[in-house]
Design a protein around this ligand. Structure first.
Ligand SMILES: NC(=O)c1ccc[n+]([C@@H]2O[C@H](COP(=O)([O-])OP(=O)(O)OC[C@H]3O[C@@H](n4cnc5c(N)ncnc54)[C@H](OP(=O)(O)O)[C@@H]3O)[C@@H](O)[C@H]2O)c1
Length: 243
């Protein structure tokens, strides 16, 4: 029996690469997105079933996803990023947009999908390495991903009696349409193939947290142990030198 995986955000970047790689590995793949023609175009020649919905629409997400059959693995990867450019004129609408996509959109997929995951199966949420330490302009993005961190850890407790594992995926910088919009240096940026390899290996091993690339993550971890005042001074100095 082929294993079955459902992946959101399949139209580009990390999600698209995961769809290609799982299909090539012989999995039955359900590729989710909200633009049929885009999915058909990028997935031409890839053996994947399409599943169309906007995850910000709770009713539509529930209707479409509850029609799914049993799944071995669900990867809730779809997300967005916008930055707060002026903290003094805090853009609450931008903050709401990012939270609505990354956190609420992900949560909208849970109820219809959790009952579809087989006992012994796994749910993976794509968070970010940003939550190790506060970064400039990342108030909205970081808060949305911090929400996913807690959600993943809490769900892991409540789903363990049902034998459903939970993994939190924490990428560093990956070269995708999302990061190509960034106007700042992105240390340690890796390609989508490398990201997909790290994610698939971590999920196959049943890891609770999958963070990559290794060196970048170790540096973030070390910096996160600094006293807050020291990190503030360091971050301010870096900001001054890049502006
Ligand atoms: N790239 C990085 O460096 C990096 C680092 C850390 C974490 N991540 C996370 O990794 C995930 C994938 O990002 P990526 O870099 O691969 O970006 P990407 O290429 O922009 O892919 C994001 C995907 O999410 C989909 N999406 C967004 N809003 C949606 C909605 N409301 N309903 C359904 N689909 C929606 C997009 O579809 P549309 O094209 O229709 O908008 C797109 O296919 C995100 O959660 C991101 O935060 C990325």
């Amino acid at each position: 029996m082929k294993k079955r995986v459902l992946i959101t955000g399949a139209g580009s970047g990390i999600g698209l690469q995961l769809v290609r790689d799982y299909a090539a590995d012989g999995w039955q793949v359900v590729a989710c997105g909200r633009d049929r023609s885009r999915l058909e175009q990028v997935l031409e020649g890839v053996d994947a079933e399409l599943c169309l919905f906007d995850m910000e629409n709770r009713e539509q997400s529930a209707r479409v996803l509850s029609a799914q059959g049993e799944l071995d693995l669900v990867i809730l990867n779809a997300g967005t990023c916008e930055y707060i450019d002026d903290a003094l004129r805090f853009d609450a609408a931008l903050f709401e947009r990012v939270i609505r996509t990354n956190l609420i959109g992900t949560v909208n997929c849970l109820a219809p999908l959790l009952t579809r995951i087989k006992s012994g199966g796994r749910l993976a949420l794509v968070g970010s390495s940003v939550t190790w330490l506060p970064l400039t302009r990342a108030e909205a993005y970081g808060a949305s991903k911090a929400g996913l961190d807690y959600l993943a850890r809490s769900l892991a407790l409540d789903l363990s009696p049902r034998r459903i594992g939970v993994s939190l995926i924490r990428p560093g910088f990956v070269d995708t349409p999302l990061t190509r919009r960034n106007d700042f240096p992105m240390p340690g940026r890796i390609g989508v193939q490398q990201a997909s390899r790290a994610i698939r290996r971590g999920l196959a091993r049943g890891k609770a947290e999958i963070a990559f690339p290794f060196v970048f993550v170790q540096v973030l971890r070390l910096l996160s142990w600094l006293p807050r005042g020291l990190w503030l001074r360091l971050a301010r100095r870096t900001l001054r030198s890049t502006r």
